[in-house]
Ligand binder design. Structure first.
Ligand code: NAG
Ligand code: NAG
Ligand code: NAG
Length: 189
């Protein structure tokens, strides 16, 4: 009968060495910015108009079933709205589309109209086609200008950080439809 020539203790020792190596190599390593193809950090300014269409036959923002208190709350507290809103070059909805704002806004303030915004700007224009910026912020929609942090991005906007200024340029108080001008400032590579 053939007998193993390996000492069981040394086998365990080598196995644990091997596993230790694999773990430390696959979990993390130091990398230079050049190795990842990152050159100089840039600062970009993006300007576009956001159309929140809640009325009519083809809304781009729809309310998700909400809390029992939402309709009696003066600020609509608890309302959650899912949007896929067009972003255009000019204030007119029919002007050239540069992307979509996809995400959620939710009424998160009891005493004023204040939304929690969680959304991605998904761009479709020129070199930005396919790149996204992620926004996570507070939007008191009745204030003249609101500032929301840009917390990240993808594609050309990898490692993005910055902020977005939102200014309502048109609002129909009857329907709730609105056009908002956005100025976005982001650092990225
Ligand atoms: C990575 O860089 C840090 C800081 O320079 C250093 O302390 C660490 O030993 C490096 N790790 C590896 C695996 O090279
Ligand atoms: C954006 O990219 C998509 C997918 O690659 C492509 O189908 C579309 O035509 C592009 N749009 C523009 C405006 O370049
Ligand atoms: C607001 O929407 C209502 C209903 O569609 C419409 O009758 C009204 O003219 C609109 N107001 C403005 C200022 O566009």
């Amino acid at each position: 009968m053939a007998k193993s020539t390996l000492n069981p203790l040394s086998t365990v020792f080598f196995l644990s060495l091997l596993i230790g190596r694999i773990n430390s190599q696959s979990f993390s390593r130091n990398l230079s910015q050049k190795q990842l193809g990152l050159k100089k950090e840039k600062l970009s300014h993006l300007h576009f108009y956001f159309h929140d269409i809640v009325s009519g036959k083809n809304p781009t923002a729809v309310r998700v079933p909400s809390a029992a208190m939402t309709d009696s709350s003066p600020t609509g507290f608890g309302a959650v709205v899912m949007m896929d809103d067009p972003l255009t070059l000019k204030p007119e909805l029919g002007s050239k589309q540069v992307g979509r704002a996809q995400g959620i806004y939710a009424s998160a303030a009891l005493d004023e109209v204040g939304f929690l915004m969680v959304l991605n700007f998904a761009f479709t224009e020129g070199k930005y086609n396919g790149s996204t910026l992620s926004v996570l912020g507070r939007n008191t929609v009745l204030s003249p200008v609101r500032e929301m942090p840009v917390v990240g991005g993808s594609g050309l906007f990898r490692f993005a950080r910055g902020y977005a200024h939102a200014k309502t340029v048109w609002l129909n108080f009857t329907t709730g439809d609105a056009t908002v001008e956005y100025n976005v400032y982001v650092f990225h590579y």
